[in-house]
Design a binder for this molecule. Structure first.
Ligand code: C2E
Ligand code: SIN
Ligand code: SIN
Ligand code: FE
Ligand code: FE
Length: 409
């Protein structure tokens, strides 16, 4: 447990730390982890406001986590509840008040809100003490709700949250809200850019890019764990990878409509033109002002390379698109990058993109059923795809499926 002194120091540094995180999902993970740590809570959830509802967006639970294998992640389904006074989280969002309940199964029946035990039922977990605080901006807009569950004393017994915990969490939530609002704005701008591209290329939908971003982060996390990448480094990488992966096809805005929207197969000249979307995309981020630009450049350039070296655009000079001298094939075309010559982010997004493209309809193809997609990916391990990424793909399949559920068309 943290001492009071440590809590105060930690609270003071919180704003600075949270404001370095750009990715909304990573931010929620960090906020919840910190919040639980402050008040020594076993579990917690974040709800984010979407129109008149609260979307159950993210959760952590030490007890349930302990029932899993090392490295395995808690899979949860998202649901939404109305913002009204009938649920605990809804009440807090509707009124903007903090609610500190010592036992949610003993709520006075005269109260408007009741605990519905949705999560307990689904997971064989017993929720008891619950502290729920609003996530409010400076302008008093409700962004969502932070819910901390089952405070524990030194002997790990579940106890009620104290008055002091309430105060700390209220302050904590106001700092967290500033960071959430900023990350939401970043993601909204990004999705608006993608929607602009969508007007030209209707098959690259917001859902598609969200899924590819989600798959990529999931695969990267497992890869980083296997390679003992320090947590500080992998968190920084995860922070930029989702957005970079979402922009993998940004260069398609430079491809003519005739080719982009062709209902049938591309001929070989058209396909050659289409291949330029990798280089065009990379050129968009060539300034490399930030870690994000770097990652976006790497992903755009490398997401169509193949493990066996038969992908594109291969070893080229990004500014001119010309082949690099020592890597030309006999016919003068650039040699493809082979194996680990392709950066990790490229190898990951290559798999994430094709998994999603095959599973979806395109103007030129039907959606494949899952078994066909899986046997294709298995077959291409070591040919199209990095065999290690394929291994990780199959070991994370349940998580990938839950991401697919979350971002349905
Ligand atoms: P995309 O539709 O997002 O597809 C991404 C990648 O998924 C493709 O990269 C390919 O590796 C894989 N993929 C998609 N559909 C199939 C399929 O039916 N079979 C197999 N084996 N793999 C598939 P690729 O081929 O480099 O294509 C890049 C982009 O070029 C595609 O992005 C799409 O926008 C366009 N494209 C490719 N082929 C055609 C085509 O025949 N007609 C049209 N209209 N566009 C095409
Ligand atoms: C709530 O905060 O009321 C939602 C949680 C539940 O009832 O299971
Ligand atoms: C896409 O992946 O097609 C959209 C990316 C963008 O241009 O912002
Ligand atoms: Fe592409
Ligand atoms: Fe794509």
């Amino acid at each position: 447990m943290l001492s009071e002194k440590e809590k105060l120091d930690s609270l003071a540094a919180l704003g600075i730390e949270l404001n370095q995180i750009n990715d909304l999902d990573l931010l929620m993970e960090r906020i919840l982890f910190k919040a639980r740590n402050f008040v020594n809570a076993d579990a917690g959830s974040v709800y984010i406001k979407e129109e008149d509802n609260l979307l159950f967006t993210y959760t952590q639970n030490d007890t349930l986590q302990m029932r899993l294998q090392k490295g395995e992640k808690l899979i949860y389904s998202t649901f939404s509840i109305p913002i009204d006074e009938t649920s605990i989280a809804g009440y807090v969002a509707a009124t903007g008040k903090v609610l500190n309940l010592p036992d949610v199964y003993k709520i006075n029946p005269t109260k408007p809100y009741q605990f519905r035990g949705k999560i307990d039922e689904a997971s064989q977990y017993t929720t008891k003490s619950v502290l729920t605080v609003p996530l409010k901006t400076q302008q008093k807009n409700i962004l969502g709700v932070l819910q901390i569950i089952n405070a524990k004393d030194d002997e790990k017994h579940v106890v009620a949250f104290s008055k002091h915990d309430e105060k700390i969490m209220f302050h904590f939530a106001s700092v967290a809200s500033v960071a959430i609002e900023r990350a939401q704005m970043t993601r909204a701008i990004l999705l608006r850019m993608i929607r602009m591209a969508e007007m030209r290329d209707p098959k690259e939908t917001g859902a598609h890019v969200n899924r590819v971003g989600g798959y990529a982060v999931e695969i990267y996390e497992q890869w980083a764990r296997r390679h003992n990448i320090p947590k500080k480094v992998s968190d920084e990488e995860r922070d930029v990878l989702r957005m970079a992966a979402m922009l993998h096809d940004a260069g398609k805005v430079g491809i003519s409509d005739v080719i982009l929207k062709k209902p049938g197969k591309l001929d070989s000249d058209e396909y050659d033109t289409m291949k330029q979307h990798t280089v065009l995309g990379a050129q968009l981020f060539l300034d490399r002002q930030s870690k994000f630009d770097d990652a976006a450049m790497i992903v755009a350039l490398n997401h169509h390379e193949r493990w066996d070296g038969n992908g594109y655009p291969g070893h080229i000079d990004i500014t001119t698109g010309a082949p690099i001298k020592k890597h030309v094939r006999p016919d003068g075309t650039p040699a493809g990058k082979k194996g680990e010559e392709t950066p990790v982010f490229g190898r990951i997004v290559a798999l994430a993109d094709v998994y999603d493209a095959l599973s979806s309809v395109r103007t030129y193809k039907k959606a494949w059923d899952e078994s066909r997609v899986l046997s294709f990916i298995e077959k291409e391990a070591g040919a199209q795809f990095d065999p290690e990424m394929v291994e990780i793909f199959f070991s994370s399949l349940n998580m990938l499926r839950s991401i697919k559920e979350r971002y349905r068309e």
